[in-house]
Design a protein around this ligand. Structure first.
Ligand code: AMP
Ligand code: MG
Length: 408
């Protein structure tokens, strides 16, 4: 058995950075950037009116209330931009370009239109007032996004405003799933014979992988037959960047995954990690290249293995930084065996002072799915003590594999 930190290091060392590809900003949504992006032009593109009103040329001094100006015409957003006419005012709509030499806008409600085609100021207007200056939001060359960052709606907005047509992103990780267990029935329309159960791990992994932006290239449910497993492993190895298996990694007579790996010449990185749930987890390099992670069959061991091994591996493949946990105060003391790093289903919420508080949920055994339905976090308890006292600060990670918190 090796410590979690060492096991994770071995997995990350073998998580190969994926190639990049280019796509449109619309298709880049939730993809991971492979190159930095800089603003190619200024935003706003030109000096424009922040309000409906009258554009004026201040000549550097405040225009006083009571001043009257001839109205030279109307400038609408997107319409033609007239040459500035000195001494005049232009009626202007929000977003319309100011004529050369015009540098302020009197808001419509602070003006009065006179019968003779002139307008009067009802309030002072200072130079630059109600004008959005060219480049005051972004200047050309200004960095707007970094490699490893996911393309979120906010970035889509900026990319569109800047007229970006293509962005460089990492190729989606291709993942193959092999679920082992002669007791498993994957098709929900089939009846269950006595002793059989519905296969739950692959749907969990598939949903989590898709939510993360990975592609599931294949997902097979296999009987406990070492030869079939070995053959399928070799077949999927050539299609995938990462192979996940579930089940058959413990010590029982049907726990054949380690022997199957050996039979096809795979190189074991480790088998058994000091974690709970998920202690029998293993990782290997398949002969054809891809990393393989053997998750234990208990659904919650699969879930913990996914969150604490597979997600970090995918992040490394995508060039993303690893997550930093938040720190929350533990509500109730927890008594867990030292020597193992415990991953516990938890609710993390804000207390009355707005500080984070973690409540460990009842029923942490690795067959129980019900607590996962209530959890919004994984709490990580230190592995060097038997008891973590209440009010201790502990590490917490969001349940969401994408790393977003839901404190709802
Ligand atoms: P194993 O790791 O193969 O010894 O499986 C441990 C436990 O998890 C057993 O009770 C299995 O029936 C159960 N199990 C294994 N795979 C799945 C699965 N895909 N869905 C639900 N339960 C599973
Ligand atoms: Mg099994």
């Amino acid at each position: 058995m090796i410590a979690y930190a060492e096991a994770l290091r071995r997995v990350l060392d073998r998580s190969r950075l994926l190639e990049m590809e280019s796509c449109s900003p619309a298709d880049a949504r939730e993809r991971v950037l492979a190159m930095p992006i800089q603003a190619a032009c200024a935003l706003p593109l030109f000096d424009n009116a922040a309000m409906d009103g009258y554009a004026l040329a201040s000549a550097g001094g405040t225009l006083r209330a009571g001043g009257e100006f001839r109205v030279a015409g109307v400038i609408v957003a997107g319409g033609p931009i007239p040459a500035g006419t000195s001494g005049a005012a232009w009626e202007i709509t929000t977003g319309a370009c100011l004529p050369d030499g015009f540098d302020c806008v009197a808001a419509l409600e602070n003006t009065e239109r006179l019968d003779d085609g002139r307008m009067r100021l009802l309030a002072d207007v200072s130079p630059g007032q109600n004008v959005r200056r060219r480049g005051s939001d972004l200047m050309p060359g200004e960095p707007i996004a970094l490699p490893g960052q996911r393309v979120e709606p906010a970035l889509c907005m900026a990319l569109a405003a800047l007229g970006v047509e293509r962005v460089e992103v990492r190729r989606r990780p291709r993942v193959a799933i092999l679920s082992t267990g002669s007791e498993l029935v994957a098709d929900p329309s089939l009846p269950l014979e006595p002793g059989k159960i519905r296969a739950a791990n692959a749907p969990y992994l598939e949903a989590s992988l898709r939510a993360f932006g990975a592609e599931v290239v294949t997902s097979l449910t296999l009987d406990d037959d070492p030869a079939i497993f070995a053959a399928e492993l070799q077949r999927v190895a050539v299609q995938a960047d990462l192979v996940l298996s579930t089940g058959a990694v413990s010590m029982g007579r049907h726990d054949f995954v380690p022997a199957s790996l050996e039979s096809i010449g795979a190189r074991l990185l480790f088998h058994k990690v000091g974690i709970r749930p998920g202690k029998p987890l293993l990782a290997a390099m398949l002969a054809d290249g891809p990393l393989m992670i053997g998750l234990p069959g208990n659904p919650l061991a699969t879930a913990a293995g996914f969150r604490f091994f597979v997600v970090p591996a995918l992040r490394a493949m995508l060039g993303m930084a690893q997550e930093s946990p938040l720190h929350a105060r533990l509500s109730v003391a927890s008594d867990r065996r030292a020597g193992l790093r415990h991953f516990l289903k938890a609710r993390v919420d804000h207390d009355t002072h707005g500080l984070l508080r973690a409540t460990l949920l009842d029923g942490q055994e690795s067959f129980r799915m019900a607590p996962l339905l209530k959890a919004n976090a994984w709490a990580v308890l230190p592995n060097d003590v038997d008891e973590t006292p209440d009010e201790a600060m502990i590490d917490v990670l969001p349940l969401d594999p994408g790393g977003k918190w839901d404190f709802g």
